[in-house]
Every structure is written in structure tokens, then in C-alpha cells.
Design a protein around this ligand. Sequence first.
Ligand SMILES: [Fe+2]
Length: 386
Amino acid sequence: MPFYHRLGDIPHKRHTQFRKADGGLYAEQVVSTEGFSDDYSLVYHHYPPTLVKSIGEPYSVAPEAAIEHNMQHRSFQGFAVKPEKDYLKSRKTVMFNNDVAIILAAPQESMTTYFFKNSGADEMIFVHEGEGVLKTMYGLLDFKPGDHLIVPRAVIYQLHFKTSANRLLIMESYSPIRFPKRYMSNNGQLLEHSPFYERDIRVPRTLETHDEEGDFLVYIKRDHMMFPYHYATHPFDLVGWDGYHYPYALSIHDFEPITGRVHQPPTVHQTFEGRNYVTCAFVPRLYDYHPEAIPAPYHHSNVDSDEVLYYVDGEFMSRKHVERGQLTLHPTGLPHGPHPGAVEKSIGKKETNELAVMIDTFKPLKITKAALNIEDQDYYLSWLND
Ligand SMILES: [Fe+2]
């Protein structure tokens, strides 16, 4: 979680009477994580958050593994995923394990008739294409291409797009998404060597309070099941809140790259981490400046991680043909490295304009049918020829 933030009206002391103009009490809620042992927020509703009217029939949204045991380098064309009007239907899981699910989505329409709450996972929504507003009870958060939107579990949200051509890379994390521990001071401040700082973190600044009664449909996801819940009051009915638990945004364009005389390891590109995975951002940067440096990466064995790279923009120094939205998977147990010619070609180059997001999982990923539908089948042979 980023840092302490407050918005709207809150009482002077927690857990004390906080009354509306008509004398009635606002409903206080403690939104706590890891039981009551980690970060939390104190929020103040117009109505109690418990007014359930009815529950629809739950249905499964569990991803199915087409390849349970993958031992092959693979590549997928993410932009071949067909756009769909509805946000929830547009989410296509392409890879998953017990720690994360990697999802591609091209939703065309805003969420106006329902809300969504992922109760089983924090979400990182990387906005590749599209602009709009993430609406939650904590307020409004504008987004644009390059943003990582971090939505902690159990935050009810709506995505409102200004655009119809939207491309999202979504990671469900079944553990809290955090900044890397080594970036943080004992008190939770981002340290000087971190490639981003609190100023780069965008938090909700505008509260939109809906003092409304009616019928409000919230799809709640947990255990790969979707539970349609109908509430009697609008989920975004807060007059104020404070704490550490809320959604926020970090733009990949605000990530300051760390460079060196020789090739820097992937760890300098890290953005977030969770249980059994890390994420990284590869951004435009100057190349290594040792007179004999080789800017292209060395071959490497991911002895303990499946490496998923999502190509956002620019040209990739290590790969031959890369499309925007392409995903590569280099699994645990196999070495991989630059494509033929890429090493020589990189020598003497001064800078790169590559932009990509990486998700490295420490346990193998399973691959879905949705992924196989967009696979470049000969990718594993692509190191053979110039
Ligand atoms: Fe790699």
C-alpha cells in the first residue's frame, strides 16, 4: 500500500459519533487486510454496507488449463484477442497458477449497469490503450495509457472509458500487490534508490458521493466463482475516508530507469511484488556505457521463474519481430536469450525506446485455450536462423 491518505469528511476521532445534518449516524467501516494485522482504511458510508436485497445464481469463471505442464518457449499475439463490449466478458485468462492469473482484455464499453468486486485477488490493470476513470468508493482515479492501476482485493469498482478501443493487461494476484521490500524504509517510505517515488503515485483526489437507494448489482468474484449480489444502496456512498488501503496508479512513464556501465540485471526494473512473483517495467533508457559493453541481454536460465514479457511499444533490442501487445513466455528450466544477430546489432547503440511489462512467476504457469488461439506456433524455433 502506498501511504496515508484522507479524502472527504471524517470525524476527529475514529470510532466516535459522526452524524449527518439530519442527526442520523454515518456508518463507519474498517476495511482491513490480513485480518486486522496489516494496512487498513476507515470509511464512512451514508448507508450500512450490508444491505443485501438478493443474490443471483453463482457461476464458474475458472480458467481451464489447455497445457498443464509447459516446457516450451511460447509467444502470443495479445492484440488478436477480440474486442468485446462488456468488461467482465472481455477478460480472457491466458496463463495462470496458484499465485497469479494473467488476463488480456479489450473492453469497448464502460461499466454502467453493474459494479465488480474481486474478493479473491488484488488486481494490477495495466492500461496499454484507452483512457478513462476508475471509479471506486474511495473516489475517482483518471487513467491513461501506461498506467498500472492497483486495485486491492474487495474494492468495488467500475471502469469508465472515454475510448472504445481499449487494451488492458490485467494481473490477478492472490496475495497483496506491494512495492519491492528493498525499495522501502522501515517506516514504509520509498527510498532514494527506488526507481519511483511517492510523488509518482497517483491517488484518488475527488470523491463522488452517491447518496442513492435502489437496486445495485455487484458481481463479486471469489474462488474463481462469480456471485451476483444486489444491494439496496449505491456502493459509492462515502462522505469520507482515511487510511492506507485504497486503489492507486503508477504510470510506466514515471518509472526512472537505472542504467550502468555494463548490462543491469532485470531486478533494477522491478515495480511490484507479491507471493511467488515480481513485476518489472522496461522503459526507454540510455544503454550501458562501458566502451566494450554489450547492451543486449546475456542468455539466461530462469532456474526458478516463468518469465512473461508483454510488449507495449518501441523496438525490442533482443527480439526479431515484436508486435505491440505481444506476450512471450520463457519457462522455468530452459535458457533463453537474444535472437540471432541481436547481440552484434546492439553493440555501439546508445539508447533504446523499448517499453514492456514483465511478470516473473516463481512457479510454472498453465496455459489456457484462449492463449493457444493467439499463439505464434513456431516461436520456439525462432533462435535457429538469422
Ligand atoms: Fe528473459
